[in-house]
Design a protein around this ligand. Structure first.
Ligand code: ADP
Ligand code: MG
Ligand code: MG
Length: 888
């Protein structure tokens, strides 16, 4: 006969902590606590397999379930001396749902199940406390009526509120036994009136109703939504825990409470929690009365007179402390506990690993390692890499009130408040006047760089997670919400309309790039602070890590920031980003719009000293650490003058008539710029661009090496290569320039020339390209774009539908598509190494900062990952975890 039911209690259990999948989290831990000999009220767990059976068989229970439940009830009767269903000696139960991981949306717990009009009288007599008996009964009718029978709990609360008002009561504890009797009668009438059926009096009916309701709630809309958001498969199912009741509402020497073995917001090693005297279950969290502190220390700190548990019930408290230590040591993790004290006797009702802030997580992990509870490697594995974001950016104070206007994509983490501006020039002006602003645009373009720099945060109506706004904001470490499609921007009147409200220029809003929320007004923030615990844990991570972590950086500020976060070099310096600023974009435009080589050379001559100075500074900052510089790869359209005024400026600078400029702009127009005249194709047509950049790099390398005494080995990267001859052509130009500069300066420099692998053809032909390329860097943004044939600038408008319907699991621009794009990376790696075994391999797309993608990089043996500065700590930790898991 198949086993559906697992018993626990009296120092024994049929389940164990490892059986989470079968018993759910709550059931597995109840079993474990019971086996440890802790005081757990006896009970049983109906396994998740029953849930699967229930849904696989037209909502029928397996045949042998009933007998197994009867057997379990009989054992509880033996242990408690009470009989479920016997009105003369009643046993009351709780029915609790319990999925593998705690899941909001599941059925709420039903307490005091088994009470009816007869057994309530017995309980009153036996306990000598009719108030307690009828208080329990009314709680049961309300809970059962609400969660099993589907009545709105407000209806019950209204009855109670009206009664209290009429009688002049304030607290629930003011009600007498007779009062509760009256309430019970009113509650039962409510059920009969609303459902045209009496409240069930047979405890067995009540029990099966409760078990059925837990399984039903697995398919409730809110549970389905929660699973969809959190990627929880629906075939996991939930378990049901049925457990003998213990009563915290039996008078002044009874209580119920919750506790954490360490402080969940700071991580401090001190018991933390609350309790209520003479109360049951949810009263503590429901806020009906203000709970009291567990410890004297906490009471003193809170400055209240209400006695602590430590003072009120010293014996039960001491036993509880012992159990806390035992459980923490047993699970070697901070525990979140629920307990009840019935007439002085302590009962444990739940334990699980406690949720905590990142700050607390770091403290707890490092301290537990110091205490010898866990190893350093285990400590490293305990921290969720993505959660480090919380530490690096300001976050909205969780206690602050949020008035959410709309939600867009969480494009760049952190939160910021400021007055609305609609143009980058306004942003810059405001910044100059010392005002904080949020730049609000339909979408951003390279011309907005100065505005993005000046603004505290960025909000766009269009664009996805790899839109211009998102990528640039992440690189700058600025909060950004992109693709907030419900906002309306009226540029002429300078208004922003959202959620039925109209905001003028200067009105203050807040963007939360961590959640994607856009909020009204200014909101209190928590400032980032990097603790000693952070430094300790990152050091342990670095010891475990095998891949190097570099950063994507062009500006000195970014490079310094990345270094301070622990970057070990630059994996991608996108030189075109160096030309987005003010005067430089003009020179860029001149170069792009020039009609012939002479015109281009003239513009390039202006750019050469700027480039040399840029590179010198970068090399200088990096002090001999590797720096990969990518030759110009401008999506041309991002640089073309848009407005008439821009064109006039260019015309003046080039000494050309407006017509010519307009004509040239038109001629350069591309239907598909992302697949157009960009990357190395530009250098093939205009090799003088590559010449200029190569010269700037070599001269800068010499200069920086002389200045700092640290030799520089620049890595020059050719973008968007698809055929080997393309690469060879440009490499030959670079080598020629190198020779020339070395001769001029009479100095030897070592350098490497490699390519970015960002087209499927390059990955497939990696063995050929590796004959001459000395390193590869997988540019997975473009590789994703070209593998899927999806434009990343346009993806936002339809990819959401794909993920919503489960056609793809995740946005491939955020987390590497390992089956498709990843396969090309793997092929490129294998074929590249086949030709050149020591070829240096890295990744430099947005994926370089994504933990799941980093784990993939580890599995195929890349040498390094490169990501935006603010993601460097995340990448270091994720790479360490990937290495540790691979070892296991
Ligand atoms: P949740 O997952 O929402 O915490 P629980 O099943 O843990 O739901 O229970 C909710 C409340 O009911 C908790 O405060 C718990 O302590 C209390 N409770 C559950 N079972 C019992 C029981 N057998 N006796 C007394 N209180 C109980
Ligand atoms: Mg609980
Ligand atoms: Mg690219």
């Amino acid at each position: 006969m198949h086993k559906w039911v697992y018993q626990f209690g009296d120092g024994r259990a049929e389940g164990a902590a490892e059986m989470r999948d079968l018993l759910g989290g709550k059931g597995a831990n109840l079993a474990e606590m019971s086996s440890l000999g802790l005081p757990v009220p006896p009970g049983f767990t109906v396994s998740t397999e029953v849930c699967s059976h229930y849904y696989g068989n037209g909502k029928c229970f397996p045949g042998s379930l009933q007998q197994q439940v009867e057997d379990a009830l009989a054992r509880i009767a033996e242990l408690t001396g009470r009989q479920f269903g016997d009105d003369a000696n009643p046993l009351l139960m709780s029915v609790r749902s319990g999925a593998r991981s705690s899941m909001p949306g599941m059925m709420d717990t039903v307490l005091n199940l088994g009470l009816n009009d007869n057994s309530v009288e017995t309980i009153a007599r036996q306990s000598g406390d009719a108030r307690f008996a009828y208080d329990s009964y009314r709680r049961f009718i309300q809970m059962y009526g609400d969660v099993v029978m589907g009545l709105d709990h407000h209806a019950f609360e209204e009855i109670l509120e009206n009664f209290k008002n009429r009688a002049g009561y304030v607290l629930d504890t003011d009600l007498t036994a007779d009062d509760w009797k009256q309430i019970v009668s009113d509650y039962k009438h409510l059920v009969e009136r609303e459902l045209e059926t009496p409240f069930p009096q047979d405890p067995k009916d009540q029990l099966w109703g409760g078990i059925g309701a837990v399984f039903q709630s697995w398919m409730a809309p809110r549970a389905i939504t929660y699973r969809a958001i959190n990627n929880i498969p629906s075939d996991w199912g939930t378990a049901v825990n049925v457990q003998a009741m213990v009563f915290g509402n039996m008078g002044r020497n009874s209580a119920t409470g919750v506790a954490f073995t360490r402080n969940p917001s700071t991580g401090e090693k001190a018991l933390y929690g609350e309790f209520l005297i003479n109360a049951q279950g949810e009263d503590v969290v429901a806020g009906i009365r203000t709970p009291q502190n567990l410890t004297e220390a906490a009471r003193l700190e809170a400055g209240t007179q209400e006695p602590s548990l430590e003072a009120e019930m010293p014996e039960a408290f001491a036993e509880f402390c012992t159990i806390c230590n035992q459980l923490e040591a047993h699970y070697s993790d901070m525990q979140d506990l629920e307990f009840t004290i019935q007439e002085g006797k302590l009962w444990m009702l739940q334990t699980r690993s406690g949720k905590r802030t990142t700050k607390a997580a770091l403290k707890i992990a490092t301290e537990m390692a110091a205490e010898g509870l866990i190893s350093r490697n285990e400590a490293v594995l305990r921290i969720e890499p993505a959660a480090l974001d919380q530490l690096l950016h300001p976050t909205i104070d969780p206690a602050a009130k949020r008035n959410i206007l709309t939600k867009g994509l969480p494009a760049s983490p952190g939160a910021a408040s400021g007055g609305i501006v609609f143009t980058s020039d306004d942003a810059q002006d405001a910044k100059a006047q010392g005002r904080n602003v949020i730049l609000v645009r339909v979408e951003t373009s390279p011309e907005d760089i100065h505005g993005m720099h000046a603004a505290e945060g960025i909000l766009t109506a269009r664009g996805g997670m790899t839109s211009h706004a998102a990528v640039v904001a992440r690189g700058m470490g600025k909060p950004c919400v992109s693709g907030a499609s419900s906002i309306r921007i009226d540029l002429r009147n300078e208004t922003l309309s959202v959620a039925g409200k109209v905001f003028q220029r200067g009105d203050v809003i807040t963007v939360d790039g961590t959640s994607g929320q856009v909020l009204e007004g200014e909101i209190a923030m928590l400032q980032p602070e990097l603790s000693e615990d952070f430094a300790t844990l990152m050091q342990w991570a670095d010891e475990a890590r095998t891949m190097a972590v570099r950063t994507n950086a062009e500006t000195p500020a970014d490079a310094r920031m990345a270094l301070s976060f622990g970057a070990e070099g630059i994996g991608l310096c996108r030189t075109e980003h160096m030309f987005f600023d003010g005067s430089r974009i003009m020179a860029m435009r001149e170069m792009i719009l020039a009609e012939d080589a002479a015109g281009r050379r003239q513009a390039l001559d202006k750019l050469l000293p700027m480039q040399t100075a840029d590179f010198t500074e970068l090399f200088d900052i990096m002090r001999g650490k590797p720096v990969t510089i990518r030759l110009l790869d401008p999506p041309l359209h991002e640089f073309l003058p848009q407005s008439e005024a821009d064109m006039e400026d260019v015309a003046k600078a080039l000494g050309l008539p407006m017509d010519k400029v307009r004509q040239r702009t038109r001629a350069l127009h591309e239907f598909n710029p992302m697949l157009g005249h960009r990357g190395c194709r530009l250098a093939v047509s205009y090799p003088e661009i590559a010449d200029m950049q190569a010269r700037a790099i070599f001269e800068a390398a010499i200069e920086a090496a002389q200045k700092t005494g640290a030799p520089v080995t620049p890595e020059i990267m050719v973008p968007l290569v698809s055929v080997k001859p393309e690469f060879d052509l440009i490499k030959a130009r670079i080598d020629a320039v190198a020779e020339m500069v070395m001769k001029e300066r009479n100095i030897q420099i070592s350098y490497q020339v490699g390519t970015m692998v960002e087209l499927p053809r390059a990955a497939l032909q990696a063995h050929r390209i590796a004959e001459t390329a000395e390193f590869f860097s997988f540019g997975t943004n473009d590789l994703t774009q070209t593998t899927f044939g999806i434009s990343r600038d346009d993806a936002a408008s339809f990819l959401g539908t794909y993920t919503a319907q489960g056609l793809i699991q995740q946005d491939p621009f955020v987390s590497l598509d390992q089956d498709g794009v990843g396969e090309l990376v793997r092929i490129g790696t294998e074929r590249g190494r086949a030709t050149r075994p020591n070829i240096k391999l890295g990744i430099c797309g947005e994926h370089g900062g994504d933990p799941a993608s980093i784990s993939f990089c580890q599995s195929i043996g890349l040498d390094y990952i490169s990501c935006s500065p603010y993601r460097v700590p995340i990448a270091r930790l994720a790479a360490a975890q990937a290495a540790l898991r691979q070892e296991k």
